[in-house]
Design a protein around this ligand. Sequence first.
Ligand code: PEP
Ligand code: MG
Length: 573
Amino acid sequence: MTTTIQGIAASPGIAIGPAFVIAAEAYVPTKTNADDSQAEVTRFRQAVAQAGEELEKIRLSTIERLGEEKAEIFEAHQLVLEDPDLIDVIEEQIVNEGVIAEYALHEAAQSFVTTLREMDNELLRERAADVEDVAGRIMNALRGRKGSTLSSIQEPCIIVAEDLTPSDTAQLDLAIVRGFVTKVGSRTSHSAIMARSLGIPAIVGAGDRVMSLTTGDRLVVHAAEGRIVVEPDAEELATYEQEQQRYLQKQRELARLKDEPTVTKDEHRVELAANIGSIEDMQHVLDNGAEAIGLFRTEFLYMGRPSLPSEEEQYNQYKYVLEKMEGKAVVIRTLDIGGDKELPYMELPKEDNPFLGQRALRLCLARPDLFRTQLRALLRASRHGQLKIMFPMIAVLSELLEAKQILQEEKEQLLKEGHDIADNIEVGMMIEIPAAAIGAAIFAPHVDFFSIGTNDLIQYLMAADRMNEQVSYLYQPCHPAVLQLVKTVIDAGAQHGCWVGMCGEMAGDERAIPLLLGLGLHEFSMSAAAILPARGQLAELSYTSWQEWSHTALGLSSEQEVLELVASRTQSV
Ligand code: PEP
Ligand code: MG
């Protein structure tokens, strides 16, 4: 009988095939005395050296298969082999307690891993997996085992495991392994990241039930939906096979677009950028051919932690993103707290209407200490790439001018302190309040760019809370009134030479993209996964035709009519 198991989508795709279950091997050495401690230390060092050689081989083959960046993880593993907090501790234990190397290794690695897992910092927590991976490799060398169970796989299969280490994942033979499913893990665990780089369907964190599968069970892994179908019947199987073919065909077409410019069929060029909320999103951004970061929501750096991030912490995160983008534009938005985003440790006064209250830039202007720290971090990071600073939730010109004044003061202060700051930082603002959209021409002479935040703009325009299901029918991105506002902003930008982008969800909405193109939007910023489909869609659109049809849409009387127009014109071209 068919059963399904739900896990976390780690890397999209549909895999169909028999399971190959790798049983978790819990080797726990018992405390045993060594005959000769010095000989035991030598044996341990030989095992470390062997692990080092294996890692070097994997590192080189990963560089060949996936490039330098993907191989960096193995450099990190090589560093673990030299880490005195692990290696010296093990050697000391062998000598001081007279125990065998296996026991000392197991004890030291367990305690190191437990400490890392308890850290607040996500990156340090991820390091626990690296230490486990390396310790397992040394253990195998001590026990005279080479390679892993994975090397015994001969037939096409879907791997089912408790977890896969990054080196397991990097070594998967893609000619026979169709996908994998793990019991533990998250979207940001290294095996998930590796799976995305390899382009292999994968589901992680599927829980205990996957470990009750047996080798040979027939599986369908619908990775994008995090669904594992066990023993599908003939009809289900046929449906999934068809879906798999469609998916593969689409992927082949889209993958060709990754490094291509975004251009319509009549050669009009626009830019597709990505929205990010943390540095963990960066790999996905690069894998999907983003031409820029159009929105970095920095408030997530402030959330899920007990206190404000320091200037240094912020600087490091901004620097990381700028460097990863290698000179491509990175729009970083200053703190947008308030509304639905709260910081418990700041104890902000309770408001009756938080979405209409002291949120985003309003809060930053009221708390300049907070604002200045962020601006300093941004300015210092500017020399690592092409930074653009964006202020959210501006309603009136005086807010923009005050924010720019504070930015200027911090710049002067940093220069006085001897810091190096890029001299070409663009400054822009979000357009998410109707007053700013209607009055865009007032702001345009004072900024380099506008980015339209339709998530808020629509809620304020329609007076419909974006979180309230009861009024969600009013949330109409393609309503003529919304389109008219968008046009007002684009026209004001064009008149004053400032470029106009959009970073609200509307920018990645396939129904809205033709209209936005026609209205003259320059930059579309969206979730990374939406970029390649959008590039494919734009390649089939005619800019000149959509200029005309968007104009028609502005004069219609409902969103329904606009959507019908889009549907009819999209089919006819
Ligand atoms: C917006 O309002 O459209 C936007 C991009 O900002 P956020 O969703 O973070 O409010
Ligand atoms: Mg907003």
